[in-house]
Design a protein around this ligand. Structure first.
Ligand code: ZN
Length: 266
């Protein structure tokens, strides 16, 4: 069994403030360690379930957060950003048996996490895919769907896990915390580590290659920008359509084209 883990930081247990996810700030170190530990727990759960190969994408900010020597030797780690449209799931393809997301967070415009955002926090107000408000989970989940890789596990804040349950009822989730205004209510980090390992193991034992999401025949991406100037610029992308001063729509049959628009315009 070959599994893919995409790891972000804003949904790691206890993370509450931007200073805690910014390598230039002193608060970062303890949460860098915690992110690493939660990814290690997911890897251990995968190995418990019989995984032979694990590919981890460090998908937060610089893409250089996870302490690689702490990962089990079966894992390989993608650090940095290649510039490929698959972004947070770079190198994902049909050879994987399962996709998992660790430390993910609720979407832009949601009250579910003080750090809620979708891709770029300063630039994007909302993203919709086929009319549904999209988080980074949904945006990258469709890449899994394109390659028929089932979404086996997601950990993060409560609101994100609610979205996962709606979109992907077969996916196991683990709630690390709940956002309340500008605060978080988190479980104990040690409990997260134990539970992530067990939930991942159970999920992978019953994962079925045929349970990947069904891919829609066509996609309509609608992006609402913070600034009309950014929307104007994005509307110049070939095939993009300006629908209001702040909103641009882009339609494609191939989901790769959607992710390509995201790469250049989000
Ligand atoms: Zn992040």
């Amino acid at each position: 069994m070959k599994v893919y883990i995409s790891a972000d930081m804003e949904g790691i247990t206890g993370v509450t403030h931007w200073n805690e996810v910014d390598p230039k700030k002193p608060d970062y170190a303890q949460f860098q360690k915690r992110m690493t530990e939660e990814v290690v727990s997911a890897c251990r759960g995968a190995l418990d379930a019989g995984a032979e190969k694990i590919l981890v994408k460090d998908a937060h900010y610089t893409g250089r957060n996870i302490l690689s020597a702490d990962l089990p030797e079966e894992a390989e780690l993608i650090r940095g950003w290649s510039g490929h449209p698959y972004s947070m799931v770079q190198e994902l393809d049909g050879t994987f048996d399962a996709l998992m997301m660790v430390g993910y967070h609720s979407r832009a415009g949601s009250g579910g996490n003080p750090l809620a955002h979708t891709m770029s926090s300063g630039k994007i107000e909302r993203i919709f895919i086929n009319g549904r408000e999209a988080s980074e989970f949904l945006l990258h989940g469709y890449v899994g769907a394109k390659h028929q890789v089932p979404m086996a596990f997601v950990s993060g804040d409560r609101e994100l896990c609610r979205e996962v349950a709606e979109v992907s009822p077969g996916t196991a989730t683990f709630i690390t915390m709940e956002g309340v205004g500008d605060s978080t209510v988190s479980i104990h980090p040690e409990k997260s580590l134990r539970s992530i390992r067990k939930t991942v193991c159970d999920a992978l034992k019953s994962v079925d290659k045929n349970s990947a999401w069904q891919l829609p025949d066509e996609f309509e991406l609608s992006v609402r920008y913070v600034k009309p100037t950014a929307a104007y610029r994005a509307s110049q992308y070939p095939g993009a359509e300006s629908v209001s001063p702040k909103t641009v729509k882009y339609r494609a049959k191939d989901y790769d084209d959607i992710m390509r628009f995201v790469l250049f315009c989000v």
